[in-house]
Design a protein around this ligand. Structure first.
Ligand SMILES: [Mn+2]
Length: 311
């Protein structure tokens, strides 16, 4: 599969690199890592990313991203997307003759011509690290910084899905000069002012269910408008409930684009990707999500009921 993908990309006139909407560090790191790797191979590629949280501006090379493109691409690569409807720039994907899907979500629907899916892997960026090695592309400091970003964010600072390969890779990256401490602080630890205020609101509203094994909280459109919230400011809210002793499942809902976007996190045995799938979404065993048209109370009640069945 790895070599087939390389052949397809080498024969392309121009390659489009696409990621999911509301991109996180893994999506952004994957797009940047892939773009830089293809440049090393002297291939013609664009990474088309409409918008991303400003903290990622510290990544070397991110200025190469295009926010839109009218170009024609014969090959399109979707990175870190569990299903086709998650892709930002779907029309570019649909217009490409050959499509490639590289991902690590359990629930990936294998939607492309070529599918390289490491189900349950800690980050798409780690999947790419192995792919680039198999292509004999040297992972230099710049590519390493991009890929490490995805690993730090998708494992939420090495808290989820710990496997030895993650540490082996990050260790290699430290050896070639990637500043992991700085990335960790700038991308994961530091809060924007709006993020801090949102966390205060979410903490105050947090409610427990089922013997305090489920934690639920939410942010309204009014909260976001009042605080001038930007992409990325909701990061870390789901962890408030998750990090409370005895909580098995943490739920966070926020209203955006006319719908509720719901995130789920599990501390132990509950597979939240199964719950997200019931509501039309997907994800991983410990981290999943979906969007819903339901009003907040109804959504909350249905979710508590379904999660309760799994406890
Ligand atoms: Mn990911």
């Amino acid at each position: 599969m790895n070599n087939e993908i390389l052949e397809v990309i080498k024969n392309a006139r121009k390659v489009a690199i696409l990621i999911h909407e509301s991109p996180d560090g893994d999506a952004i790191g994957s797009a940047l890592g892939m773009l830089l790797a293809l440049r090393k191979l002297n291939l013609n590629a664009d990474a088309i990313v409409k918008e991303y949280p400003p903290m990622f501006k510290i990544l070397d090379g991110i200025e190469l991203f295009k926010d839109s493109s009218d170009d024609n691409y014969d090959v399109a690569i979707a990175l870190d997307c569990s299903s086709k409807n998650r892709i930002g720039g779907i029309e570019i994907f649909d217009n490409a003759k050959i499509t490639i899907n590289i991902d690590h979500h359990n629930t990936n629907t294998s939607f492309a011509t070529y599918n390289l899916v490491e189900r349950g892997g800690p980050a798409c960026c780690l999947t790419l690290a192995y792919l680039f090695k198999s292509w004999n592309v040297e992972i230099d400091k710049q590519i390493g910084q991009a890929l490490t970003t995805g690993i730090i964010t998708d494992t939420v600072g090495f808290r989820y899905n710990n496997i030895s390969q993650t540490y082996d890779f990050v260790s290699e990256m430290i050896k070639i000069g990637v500043d992991v401490t700085k990335l960790y602080y700038k991308i994961l630890t530091v809060n924007t002012k709006a993020q801090f205020e949102l966390k205060k609101i979410a903490q105050k509203r947090l409610t427990f269910y089922h013997d305090e094994k489920i934690a639920f909280t939410y942010i309204t459109l009014e909260d976001d408008q009042k605080l001038g919230t930007k992409t990325g400011d909701h990061e870390g809210i789901i962890e408030i409930g998750k990090d409370i002793e005895g909580v098995e499942v943490s739920i966070f809902a926020r209203f955006t684009d006319g719908k509720y976007r719901v995130s789920l996190r599990s501390n132990n045995d509950v597979d939240v990707s199964e719950i997200a799938t019931l509501f039309g979404g997907g994800g991983h065993k410990q981290a999943a999500g979906f969007v819903s048209d339901l009003p907040l109370e109804e959504l909350r009640d249905k979710l508590i009921l379904e999660v309760g069945k799994k406890l």
